[in-house]
Structure formats: structure tokens, C-alpha cells
Design a protein around this ligand. Structure first.
Ligand code: FSA
Length: 451
């Protein structure tokens, strides 16, 4: 049946970045019969503040800034305009500026090319500056005066910064409730398999883990890094984890680091200004700096049988921190994170992390989204393939998914997002052919519960 404002639409993974954004854009375009299914609710649905979801969006800060690659680049103006002005998002965007730097000549050359591309862009040129030496870097990022930044060069972007990821997603959740979107979480919201009409092969809904049948005219799988273990994607998405650590600061320390720009060095990692984290228990509020190392990610390969596979296939299956809160991170990752502190925040080089965990993304070979209808099951849509760079599109990604559902997406975008097994990098890593290590080869991350 053709899509109408009364069509029943189910979004699986409805509290993640792409799922919640899709629901928001559906509501804004007048759709009235939307249901979200997710393992976890929105942050304010849970008792504790903090990562309560399996989504990458479940985080205290994520980088926000203009992009110049693929669809994300094409919708970048809309994305940034919504972060600045849309009432659902604007309170959660902190425009502190961003340095993207490197010290190895080939990386500096890449940055320089990207800088020149931005300079030639009709609207972005005034927003970037080349910082060619230590003095210029420290002039924009005074806190790096004691950092190990000799030889660094890079791009300064004035109109960039970070988003309070958890709070921004929560804000979308509140908006969706105003529109009357139905939401089912927990076991009852956990996807088990699609319902397929045998005669037509059409997808007619979803069965959840509790055995309940949810009928729908359209099912959107916005299941992020879980997608390839739920639906056989023929190797198109490889889920990998990246590493996050938290440093706790005193109030006095936090005051000195308040409003520092986001500093990213592809050879080292990145970090954000301290953020005041409120806790539901009195006296447990804290100032936290979040930092990440940069590396090609880790897989967790297992034999599993996603829907559509006739026999078990080898797929990288995430292991969520919310379900395994005592997991930390591999020892070599911890060492890389310590290096981020040494280089960017040397004042804290002796301070232990208060938390470290892994955050899951799913890479396509060309880093473009997989937004398409399933080739064998009309009515079943994939909205995944974040490729590690999709949180920034929280305000806008859903507009693209809804364009797809409505048949309004351009032929060019449909081709780019299409079901495309076997295309691009044959290793399927999406990261210049660097085969990622598997977590099974690494020590030091699983603690106290063996699944
Ligand atoms: O705005 C952005 O695109 C941030 S990507 C952050 C990151 O940690 C990557 O640096 C990493 O390589 C992986 O893609 C996960 O996301």
C-alpha cells in the first residue's frame, strides 16, 4: 500500500541517532502512526544518568562540525543550522571551536587538501583558518601551551564544537512524546525477527523477544552496530568499537579548562572540555573530561545467523557496555588513551580514569550510509551504516530516511545508499584497507562477567 500519513511505521532502534531523527522528521511531516522499539529507553526514562542505551549517541559529548564528505557533507548546512537554531537541538550544541591537527607530513598534506577544499567552498571559506605552527595553535588553544604539540599543523574551525549527546537525544524523545509516538522498550521492545508475508515476501511487521507481533506498513531498521547481526547484510557493514575514557576534575580544575576547543589529532585522539554531569544521587555530581584515542577500531567476530542467512555467517557482534558495565577496554587501548592525556592534557598525566568503555559503530566500505529497501522484502528498510561519523547528523539524518520512504530521495543519493554488497574496499573495513584487530586477540577488557 502507498505510504500515507496514517501508515503504521515501526522504527527498530528508535532511541539511537538515526532512529530518533527519523521519528522526528516523520512527525514533522505529519505521520501519525509511528512506533519506536528499542532495548533501552531515552536517557530520562532510566534511573541513572549516563550511558543507558546501546547507542553511540549515549555519550556525554560528541563532536559537532561541518563535514565535506558524501551525503553528510551535502546536508551539512542543514545539520549545522538545526544545531544552532532548532529548539529541539540548540541548547545542546556548544560552539567552542575545533582544531583538527597532525604532525606527520602525509597527514598534514591531507589536512591541507581538505582545508583548500573548504576554502573553495562558497559558504564555508570564512569559517576555517590554517594554523601552521605551534604559536598559532596555542593562540587558538591556550591550554595546549604545555602539551606535546611541536610540529603540529592543522585546520581551525570557528563554527564547530561538541554536542551533549545524551541530552540532545533525550530532547528528541520529549518532542516525540508530544507528538504521541508510541514507544516500547526493554524485552518487549527488543527486535527478534521481521514478519514476512509468504505469498508476497513483503515485510508486514516485527516480532519482539517477548513473542509479541507488531504489524506495520513500513519497518525501519535503525539498529546501528547491531544491524549486521540482526539482518544478513551480505558483509556490507562491519561493526567495530572505539574507546572512550573519562577523567574527573575538581571544580577549580574544571574552571581552568572550561570552554577549551575540541582538539582532534588523527595520530593521537581527541578530547573535549570538562562537562558537569548531574547524578540522581545527591553529592555525586562531577566534572568530567571525555577523551578518545584514534585507531582503526576493533571487531568482535562470531558465528551467528542473522535473519536472511541460510546458515551461520561470521559477523562482528557488538557487546554493549550497558549490558556489561564491568567491561573496560583492552590494555593497548588504555595505553593509547594515556598517550592522549600526556599529549593534550599533561597536567593530568598521573590521574587514573574514572571510567573507560567501548562505543560501537558500523562501517561501510565507502563510509556512506546504507539507507535502502531490503532487496528481497519490500516494506523492510535499512537505515544504518553510520561509519563512525553520524552522531553529528542527529538533527538531519532522519530527513534523508524519510525522503527515502517517501520516494523523494534523488537518484544520486539512492544509488549511493543502495544495497551494494561486494563494492569498494574488499576487506570491508572502510578505513583505507586496514584490517581491524579482533577483541578476541586482546587482553584486559572483559571483567567479572563472561558471556
Ligand atoms: O564528527 C565525527 O565524525 C566524529 S568521529 C569520532 C570517532 O571516534 C572517530 O574518530 C573514529 O575513527 C570512529 O569513526 C568512531 O568515531
Amino acid at each position: 500500500a502507498p505510504l500515507t500519513h496514517d501508515s503504521a511505521i515501526i522504527i527498530v532502534g528508535g532511541t539511537g541517532t538515526i532512529g530518533s531523527s527519523t521519528a522526528l522528521h516523520l512527525c514533522r511531516r505529519g505521520y501519525k502512526n509511528i512506533s519506536l522499539l528499542d532495548v533501552y529507553g531515552y536517557p530520562s526514562d532510566s534511573a541513572t544518568y549516563g550511558p543507558s542505551q546501546s547507542a553511540g549517541a549515549s555519550d556525554i559529548n560528541k563532536h559537532i562540525g561541518p563535514s565535506n564528505s558524501g551525503t553528510r557533507g551535502e546536508i551539512s548546512m542543514m545539520t549545522m543550522d538545526m544545531w544552532r537554531n532548532d529548539p529541539v537541538f540548540r541548547n545542546y550544541y556548544h560552539e567552542v571551536g575545533e582544531l583538527s591537527a597532525a604532525s606527520q607530513p602525509e597527514h598534514i598534506a591531507d589536512l591541507r587538501r581538505s582545508y583548500e577544499a573548504k576554502l573553495n567552498h562558497p559558504t564555508k571559506s570564512k569559517e576555517v583558518k590554517w594554523l601552521g605552527n605551534r604559536e598559532e595553535i596555542i593562540a587558538h588553544c591556550p591550554h595546549l601551551a604545555h602539551g606535546l604539540v611541536d610540529g603540529w599543523q592543522g585546520i581551525w574551525t570557528e563554527k564547530a564544537g561538541w554536542g551533549a549527546a545524551n541530552d540532545a537525544v533525550d530532547s528528541v524523545g520529549k518532542e516525540l512524546r508530544k507528538y504521541g509516538v508510541k514507544m516500547v522498550f526493554g524485552q518487549a521492545g527488543t527486535f527478534d525477527r521481521p514478519m514476512i508475508d509468504e505469498a508476497t515476501t513483503r515485510c508486514i511487521g516485527v516480532i519482539t523477544k517477548d513473542g509479541e507481533k507488531h504489524y506495520a506498513d513500513r519497518v525501519v531498521m535503525a539498529t546501528g552496530a547491531w544491524s549486521p547481526s540482526l539482518i544478513d547484510l551480505a558483509g556490507q557493514c562491519v561493526s567495530k568499537c572505539w574507546i572512550v575514557a573519562h577523567l574527573e576534575l575538581s571544580e577549580e580544575e574544571a574552571r581552568r579548562y572550561k570552554s577549551i576547543p575540541v582538539v582532534y589529532n588523527e595520530e593521537v585522539g581527541f578530547c573535549f572540555e570538562p562537562r558537569f554531569i548531574r547524578h540522581h544521587e545527591p553529592g555525586k555530581n562531577r566534572w568530567i573530561i571525555k577523551l578518545c584515542d584514534e585507531f582503526p577500531g576493533y571487531t568482535r567476530l562470531m558465528e551467528t545467523t542473522p535473519f536472511g542467512a541460510e546458515e551461520p555467517v561470521e559477523v562482528s557482534v557488538p557487546r554493549s557496555h550497558s549490558a556489561h558495565p564491568t567491561d573496560t577496554v583492552p590494555e593497548e587501548g588504555r595505553r593509547r588513551l594515556r598517550r592522549v592525556v600526556e599529549v593534550m592534557l599533561p597536567e593530568f598525566k598521573e590521574r587514573e580514569f574514572v571510567k573507560s568503555y567501548m562505543c560501537w559503530c558500523t562501517d561501510t566500505a565507502d563510509a556512506e550510509w546504507l539507507f535502502c529497501q531490503h532487496p528481497s522484502h519490500p516494506g523492510l528498510y535499512l537505515a544504518t551504516g553510520d561509519s563512525g561519523h553520524s552522531f553529528v547528523t542527529l538533527p538531519s539524518a532522519g530527513s534523508q530516511v524519510v525522503d527515502l520512504l517517501e520516494g523523494k530521495a534523488s537518484a544520486e543519493r539512492m544509488r549511493r545508499w543502495a544495497w551494494r554488497p561486494g563494492q569498494g574496499d574488499p576487506e570491508g573495513t572502510g578505513r583505507g584497507g586496514v584490517a581491524p584487530k579482533d577483541l578476541s586477540e586482546l587482553d584486559g577488557w572483559a571483567h567479572g562477567d563472561d558471556e
